[in-house]
Design a protein around this ligand. Structure first.
Ligand SMILES: *[C@@H]1O[C@H](CO)[C@@H](O)[C@H](O)[C@H]1NC(C)=O
Ligand SMILES: *[C@@H]1O[C@H](CO)[C@@H](O)[C@H](O)[C@H]1NC(C)=O
Length: 138
C-alpha cells in the first residue's frame, strides 16, 4: 500500500516535471491589483489603465472570458513583463476603430495588433471596452 502510494507520487512528480518543461511560464507580473467590492473587469481596466484584452491575457486560468469569477480580495495581475500596455482609451458610443486610431495617432493595423480580441473589421468593440492605443511598428 505504501509502496503503491510512493510510486504514484513519483509518477505525478515526473508528470509535473514533464509538463513544466513543455508549458512556457508566463512572464513575471509587473503590476497587480486587489479586487474590491463592486468591481468588474472593464471597470478595473478603465481605472488601472489596462486593456480589456490584457487583463484577461495576464490572468489566464484565473479570470474566465466572461469575467464572472472575480472575488473580493483576489489579487490579479494587470500587466506582465514585456506585455504591459498602459496607453489605453475607453470606447465610447459612436467610436469606430478608425476614429479611435486616428485620435490616438496610430494606424488601424496597430490598433488591431494591440488588441487581438478586436475582429478583422472591428465589428465587436463596445462602449466601456478598454483598448490599448500605444504606437507600434504596424
Ligand atoms: C492612467 O492614465 C492616466 C492618463 O495617463 C493617468 O492620469 C492616471 O494616473 C493613470 N492611472 C493609473 C492608476 O495608473
Ligand atoms: C471585412 O471586410 C472586408 C471588406 O468589406 C470583407 O471582404 C471581409 O469579408 C470582412 N471580414 C469579415 C470577417 O467579415
Amino acid at each position: 500500500m505504501v509502496f503503491t502510494t510512493v510510486r504514484f507520487a513519483s509518477l505525478v512528480a515526473v508528470a509535473m516535471t514533464l509538463t513544466s518543461g513543455v508549458v512556457a511560464q508566463p512572464p513575471p507580473c509587473v503590476r497587480s491589483y486587489t479586487v474590491q467590492a463592486g468591481d468588474w473587469c472593464d471597470k478595473i481596466s478603465a481605472e488601472q489603465n489596462v486593456s480589456t484584452y490584457q487583463l484577461l491575457a495576464a490572468n489566464q486560468g484565473a479570470i474566465n472570458p466572461q469575467c464572472s469569477n472575480l472575488w473580493v480580495g483576489q489579487v490579479i495581475c494587470l500587466g506582465r513583463e514585456g506585455q504591459d500596455c498602459t496607453d489605453v482609451v475607453v470606447v465610447e458610443s459612436g467610436n469606430t476603430c478608425e476614429s479611435i486610431a486616428a485620435a490616438a495617432g496610430i494606424t488601424y493595423a496597430a490598433l488591431r495588433a494591440n488588441n487581438p480580441n478586436v475582429d478583422e473589421n472591428c465589428t465587436n468593440i463596445y462602449p466601456g471596452e478598454v483598448l490599448c492605443v500605444q504606437g507600434g511598428s504596424a
